[in-house]
Design a protein around this ligand. Structure first.
Ligand code: PMP
Length: 397
């Protein structure tokens, strides 16, 4: 017998989501993620992955993953602090620190885990965290878990940040105050104003934390948003994911040796969740080596981003204020956005709709993620389909 209370809770809430068009049906891919994907037999051009550099199915990474699996096995066998630290994990962390130009780095099993581990490890209930209102869910959860007072800052509003930093510090209520922000915001593609942020942080002695999930591999010739602005010595915690541009899975935090030593004894996913697989670790090392030695993929990504943006703009679409390859196509009305995305898929272009609550009400959008793996021919097809569907649904004239 299962719990009646649980069953009615589940049935009621699932039905509510379905009634309100908020139930997310999961699409199942038949094969690898790439510029083109197959979803249950239907081939579509994929404009919705975070596989920025096309590494998720790259032969060079696959070879390294297989070699490492042969040497170390498929699983690490334990958490890092017991005996789940293999030489490949140490090598990965050394590589990450070199790539980020920091003293040290620690790897986690995901970007989500990195935030859930690092934020509560450094912030406590005696502290305050100033957090951009559009920060990622893993930042929000990590902040909550820390028990610190969370103060929301208007999106990219430096006056609001300054005022709230001043108030928090002057109040004398907190031992430490942190400002935490995405490096690149995933829904709009705008870039954190790090030079101003660092200036404010210096003025008020704020700890700075940049979640560069969408900046790593994309900004700063691959090394990230902090590197893009040349601020490696001014940001305390640089967090990133290994699942987007790097194409594999995992996350990390880079910073001073003291910081990393502390995270390795206090960040709970490091202590209580099994390490990254050896295969994933080796594939990540290969991706970092490729990014360190060549900007070919990075340059193709930016070139494709510019091409798509110019094309959509020329057609009359509102592509917002993105400063990166992330290309939102803002439709507005939620229902229309969903219909638009559905019609794109029927025409062979897979670009997911993003609506409230992920973005503010009335700013529904179809988000396009061009990658280094797309060809110009594929992007031309995408533009032709956008023109057809845009005219059909009166989004453009
Ligand atoms: N931070 C940001 C800003 C993200 O966009 C994401 C991924 N959606 C994450 C963290 C989590 O990364 P991962 O997928 O590696 O867990």
């Amino acid at each position: 017998m299962t719990s009646q209370k649980l069953n009615s809770f589940l049935e009621q809430n699932l039905q509510d989501l379905k009634d309100n068009g908020l139930y997310n049906e999961i699409d199942i891919l038949d094969g690898p993620n790439g510029a083109e994907i197959s979803i249950q037999g239907k081939k579509v051009i994929n404009m919705s992955s975070n596989n920025y550099l096309g590494f998720s199915n790259d032969e060079r990474l696959k070879v390294k993953a297989n070699e490492a699996t042969d040497i170390y096995g498929v699983g690490a066998g334990a958490v890092r602090t017991i005996n789940g630290t293999q030489a490949i994990h140490e090598e990965l962390e050394t590589k990450l620190a070199q790539f980020k130009q920091t003293e040290a780095a620690v790897a986690f099993q995901s970007g989500f885990n990195s935030n859930m581990g690092a934020i509560p490890a450094v912030m406590t209930k005696n502290d305050a965290i100033l957090s951009d209102e559009l920060n990622h869910a893993s930042i929000i959860d990590g902040c909550r878990l820390s028990g610190a007072k969370v103060i929301r800052v208007k999106h990219q509003d430096m006056d609001d940040l300054r005022a709230k930093a001043k108030e928090a510090v002057k109040s004398g209520q907190y031992e430490k105050v942190m400002y935490i922000t995405d490096g690149v915001f995933s829904m709009d593609g705008d870039v954190a104003k790090l030079p101003e942020i660092v200036e404010i942080a210096e003025e008020f002695d704020l700890i700075t934390y940049v979640d560069d999930a969408h900046g790593s591999g994309v900004m700063g010739k691959g090394a990230g948003t902090v590197k893009h602005f040349g601020l490696q010595d001014k940001v305390d915690l640089q967090m990133g994911t290994l699942s987007k541009a790097v194409g594999v899975v995992g996350g990390y935090v880079a910073g001073t040796q003291n910081l990393i030593d502390w995270l390795k004894v206090r960040a709970r996913p490091f202590l209580f969740s099994t390490s990254l697989t050896p295969g994933a670790s080796a594939a990540i090392i290969e991706a970092i080596d490729i990014m360190s030695n060549s900007t070919d993929e990075h340059d193709r990504l930016w070139d494709n981003g510019r091409y798509l943006k110019e094309g959509l703009k020329k057609l009359g679409f509102d592509i917002g204020a993105s400063e990166t390859p992330i290309t939102p196509c803002i439709i507005g009305d939620e229902k229309l956005t969903q219909t638009f995305s559905k019609r794109l898929t029927e025409e062979g272009v897979y670009a997911k709709s993003i609506v409230f609550p992920t973005v503010p009400r009335g700013t529904g959008r179809v988000r396009n993620m061009p990658t280094a793996a797309h060809t110009k021919e594929q992007l031309d097809t995408v533009l032709a389909v956008y023109e057809k569907v845009g005219k059909e649904l009166n989004v453009i004239q």
